[in-house]
Design a protein around this ligand. Structure first.
Ligand SMILES: *Cc1c(COP(=O)(O)O)cnc(C)c1O
Length: 448
């Protein structure tokens, strides 16, 4: 083996840009000797970097209990511990029921509160579902990242293609590249709240299309889709005979007009693969606990051959640490609304700061005020800037001159846009946006 070849074959690495890759280049470009100010990163979506975001005390307590019990030092079944898988049934089913019955937003929240005190009622509600998830529908993964890998690995076959959103989350492109799965992009429409361009989806799909990926609440756009829009997506996918992969890693992290509606609500229209994790909502991205759920009452994923294929694949993966899995039932059961509300309030406050401060900067425009998740997109107007060639140039100069890290839109598929992660300390965010503003003013063209 030499020069990256094995037996004469080149070890080709996909050429995809990754978020981590570009952010570390930006970090490296900062002069270490420039110690006058601290570096502020609005690049990476890891809220644990900011002290205002921390998980609920319930989570580490559940982990400590699991660890100290001494019962979880062995291998878990590769698909996940039975009690962990089972826990998701009520967790998910409840929301399915609420939306199937079209319960309005307020009573929905009342029932949520009820649910926390009365598990018996929750169990009872689940029995009345139009369809029920079973433990067998739930597979435990190492974070949502591995759930993405599982979904794409299960669907890849020679000649197949997958429809991905633009802008999107580049792990999908990278995963598809390793699997030789052809990627076709459909646009999200900024002027329509980043809704999916359904006409392009119809135009792009053919008999080799295996799935369409929807990220809701959205990264990088901060969109939260309405019940009606999600239903239309499901109907379009059904018409085209493709599955929906619903990335709900930001599930419930919403603070705008629309409530969070899980795509699985439309599982009876089209089979849905729901992907999620504890990472964002519980603010423990390092714990690597995620899930891959087949929300599919029609039963395509209960076909013994399909089940066997998924199970075999999980034998390779190994899954997250057993004691973290064992803590999940406690974490899901005992986390109270107050904790979630607190996170959402900070996110709302910091997204408001972002939106308001960016409005003051002439060369930047935000077509949409984020309503969920932890990120938003803004457009650069290069014609107002003197010596900035594109979004990448903007981000490198900004890093060097102002010690602020922002992700160039190119990394998520939109050239000359920028992505800001607003899951940051409001004070640090104000400071960072102040620096962005002075950077922009300094590089503005001087008009007579
Ligand atoms: C953060 C993120 C993931 C990965 O989640 P992990 O649980 O940390 O692996 C997947 N999809 C999107 C859209 C994300 O923002």
């Amino acid at each position: 083996m030499e020069n990256g070849t094995v037996n004469g074959y080149e070890m080709d690495t996909p050429k995809n840009i990754t978020i981590k890759g570009i952010l570390s280049l930006l970090m490296e470009s900062i002069d270490e000797n420039n110690h006058s100010r601290s570096v502020i990163s609005l690049g990476m979506g890891d809220p644990t970097a900011h002290s205002c975001f921390h998980t609920t005390h319930v989570a580490p307590e559940a982990v400590v209990d699991a660890l100290q019990s001494g019962k979880f030092n062995g291998y878990a079944p590769t698909v996940g511990l039975p009690q962990t898988r089972r826990q998701f049934i009520n967790f998910h089913s409840f929301y399915f029921l609420a939306f199937q019955l079209n319960i309005d937003f307020i009573s929905f929240h009342l029932i949520t509160i009820c649910l926390l005190f009365c598990r018996a009622i929750a169990e009872h509600l689940s029995r009345d579902l139009p369809y029920k998830l079973s433990s067998d529908d739930v597979f435990i993964t190492s974070g949502c990242t591995q759930a993405i890998d599982v979904a794409l690995a299960m669907l890849a076959r020679p000649g197949a293609n997958i429809l991905l959103p633009r802008p999107g989350f580049p792990i999908y492109e990278l995963c598809a590249a390793f699997r030789h799965l052809e990627v076709r992009h459909f646009d999200l429409l900024p002027e329509k709240g980043w809704e999916v361009d359904l006409d392009t989806i119809e135009a792009l799909a053919d008999q080799n299309t295996v799935a369409v990926v929807i990220i809701n609440p959205g990264n990088p756009c901060g969109n939260v889709y309405s019940y009606q829009h999600l239903k239309k997506i499901a109907e379009t996918a059904e018409k085209l005979k493709v599955l929906v992969i619903a990335d709900e890693v930001y599930g419930h992290l919403v603070f705008g007009r629309n409530p969070f509606v899980p795509m699985g609500v439309f599982g009876s229209i089209v089979p849905v693969l729901t992907l999620g994790s504890l990472s964002k909502r519980w603010i423990v991205p390092g714990w690597r606990l995620g899930w891959f759920v087949t929300s599919d009452p029609s039963g395509m994923f209960r076909n013994p051959k399909v089940v066997e294929r998924i199970k075999k694949y999980f034998d390779i993966l190994g899954g997250p640490a057993t004691f973290i899995q064992a803590a999940v039932p406690g974490i899901l059961e005992l986390t109270d609304e107050v904790f979630f509300k607190k996170t959402i309030n900070i996110l709302k406050e910091s997204s408001d700061i972002c939106f308001d401060r960016l409005k003051e900067i002439p060369c930047i425009s935000c077509p949409y005020k984020p309503e969920g998740s932890m990120a938003m997109m803004m457009k650069l107007n290069l014609s107002l800037l003197e010596d900035i060639s594109d979004d990448i140039d903007f981000c490198f100069k900004l890093a060097r001159e102002e010690l602020v890290i922002i992700l160039p839109g190119t990394a998520v598929g939109l050239k000359n846009w920028l992505r800001i992660t607003f899951a940051a300390d409001p004070v640090a965010l104000e400071e960072a946006l102040g620096r962005v503003k002075s950077f922009c003013l300094r590089h503005s063209k001087q008009f007579e």
